[in-house]
Design a protein. Structure first.
Length: 403
């Protein structure tokens, strides 16, 4: 396969996936649930938590199969197809069908995204991995811009159903290049005897995975720290619109414009962080951005609490765009540098994804529980996310490797 074309198509693919995360998970689904179906923060948080719980069980197994047969593309195709079908039906159903379709879409796109991530090693080298990953994150933010414009223009004029359908079109368009350009070079045939669906075998697989992680202490530490910073990030991205239209007192349009400003900064920011990661190392990059991120969350909580000038939100939006792009540009390369065996890349990135799924269960659940179930409101929920970030930072600072 033509490596240059594959790299470009790999980078472009992230536009569609990002449009889903920003447009569906972070914007349209929460607003649709709250505004049209009379749901609450807890409805959104608990739904996402359930979807992530399913993902946590399925993803490592899919990664193991992918490694066994040396095939990546079929899993990406199936995941994207399921996501597109489920998402296209959102916006015109009742609450319970909507929750089911959203959960299917989230599980499917996460599976596709994990397998897509394993392709990075095949299309890059240790010298340019950070740059390529940074380009993927940076260019991927174009999907966020598309999603925001869909929220502003399509949803406002034609409703949520057309908004969800527009996101699916974006996913399809930007997935096509990768599906056409990428080729599995040494695929193997699936041998069913290695994957008997018996409880005994599943439990043995879990035991083996835990033993592998026990012998890879640095990876285990990183996965633990990743749990906390992804809990903070995923939850903040999911509830940004909800917090903005609630505690911060903005309209949905104003929040979308703030997100747009943050995304504009995140695009060059992610590309720049890709070069920074290659220069100073992924660990040092994570330390910097996590420290800033915790501070940003504290300021976000203080803004409505002390009724500070609303114009400061624009500065917060810019800083947030820089910081989040830096975290995502550092995360995957750092995990890959810690791997003891690149032949088990899919399986280890499955563990990496499971950590994210656990965080995506815990984070939104904690927000819904603190904000709605306990009745403490959104400001304590934001401060909790700052604590999560500081816990993660403390663990990363304790790693032996310098970079």
């Amino acid at each position: 396969m033509n490596k240059k074309k594959v790299i470009v198509s790999w980078i472009v693919f992230d536009i569609g996936v990002t449009s889903f995360f920003v447009g569906v998970v972070g914007m349209l689904f929460p607003l649709w649930i709250l505004n049209e179906l009379n749901g609450t923060d807890a409805t959104v948080g608990y739904t996402l938590s359930i979807a992530m719980l399913i993902n946590m069980v399925v993803t490592p197994f899919i990664g193991k199969i992918s490694d066994h047969i040396s095939r990546r593309l079929p899993f990406v195709i199936i995941g994207i197809l399921a996501c597109v079908i489920a998402t296209s039906l959102l916006g015109s159903t009742n609450l319970y069908i909507g929750i089911l379709l959203f959960s299917i879409a989230v599980v499917a796109v996460y599976i596709a995204n994990v397998i897509y991530g394993t392709m990075l090693v095949e299309i890059s080298s240790e010298e340019n991995m950070g740059k390529i990953n940074g380009l993927g994150v940076g260019v991927g933010y174009l999907g966020a811009i598309v999603a925001i414009f869909i929220g502003i223009f399509v949803v406002e004029n034609w409703g949520y159903a057309r908004g969800f359908q527009s996101i699916t079109l974006c996913i399809i368009v930007f997935s096509i290049p990768l599906l056409l350009c990428y080729k599995d070079e040494t695929p193997k045939y699936f041998q069913r005897k290695y994957f008997q669906f018996k409880i005994k075998n599943i439990l043995q697989g879990i035991k083996n995975a835990l033993l592998e992680l026990k012998n890879s202490k640095e990876i285990t530490k990183f996965l633990f720290s990743r749990f906390w910073f992804t809990s903070s990030l995923y939850t903040a991205q999911t509830f940004a619109v909800v917090f903005g239209t609630g505690a911060a007192g903005f309209t949905a349009f104003e929040v979308q414009m703030l997100l747009f400003m943050g995304v504009l900064v995140a695009i060059p920011g992610a590309i720049a962080w890709g070069f920074i990661v290659d220069k100073i190392g992924a660990k040092n990059s994570l330390v910097i951005v996590l420290g800033i991120w915790a501070a940003v969350l504290v300021v976000c909580a203080c803004m409505p609490l002390f009724e500070l000038n609303k114009s400061l939100w624009f500065l917060i939006g810019i800083i947030t765009g820089i910081v989040i792009s830096g975290i995502w540009a550092s995360d995957r390369p750092y995990m890959i540098t810690l791997l003891p065996n690149k032949n088990s890349l899919g399986q280890y990135l499955g563990y990496h994804a499971v950590t994210g799924r656990l965080a995506s269960i815990f984070g939104p659940f904690s927000w819904g529980f603190i904000s709605t179930t306990l009745g403490l409101g959104q400001i304590p929920a934001v401060l909790t996310l700052a604590v999560f970030s500081l816990i993660s930072l403390a663990f990363i600072l304790g790693f032996r490797n310098k970079k």
